[in-house]
Write a protein that binds this ligand. Structure first.
Ligand code: DQA
Length: 150
């Protein structure tokens, strides 16, 4: 199984950016640990990112993976384009945020992608993607079973 982790702008700064909000941790270590978990379960991870909305849309529609964990950063709250790209892609995805967006400014409560996602994970800092990965792989396995693929 292949899972893509797609990130929008400023997420490469997580771990040091606004540590009170997102947590203070090594991003390199977070990715190392995530890759370790994936490997144990026989999952291949691909990491895709851009600061540019149109480029993210292209990455999404061209993504060769069975599922996606996506953290669009600020584009979560503004981007109809990313919503359309995810609908066009048509495979299961989890919306993931390092911070609890519902415990912050009111404008962060609006997401253009939550209602079309298979699941939502927020507020678990460096463990966010790990939790999302566990949930997403379980969903994909369940769907494959229902459709007789495994
Ligand atoms: C974020 C939350 C967004 O509101 C914010 O714009 C980000 C990061 C998160 O991971 O908590 O850039 O997506």
């Amino acid at each position: 199984m292949k899972i893509a982790i797609v990130e929008g702008p400023l997420l490469d700064r997580i771990g040091s950016r606004e540590p009170d909000v997102y947590g203070n941790f090594s991003r390199k270590e977070m990715i190392r640990s995530l890759n370790g978990e994936a490997e144990k379960s026989g999952i291949e991870l691909v990491f895709l990112s851009s600061y540019i909305e149109g480029d993210l849309a292209k990455l999404i529609v061209n993504c060769d993976a069975d599922g996606m964990i996506i953290n669009p950063g600020a584009y979560t709250h503004t981007s109809l384009l990313l919503r359309d790209a995810l609908l066009c892609w048509g495979k299961p995805f989890i919306e993931a945020h390092f911070s609890n967006v519902f415990a912050r400014e009111i404008f962060r409560e609006k997401s253009y992608i939550s209602d079309i996602s298979s699941g939502f994970v927020a507020g678990f800092s460096e463990n966010t993607y790990k939790i999302a990965l566990e949930g997403l792989t379980a969903l994909i396995k369940r769907d494959n079973k229902i459709h007789g693929k495994t």
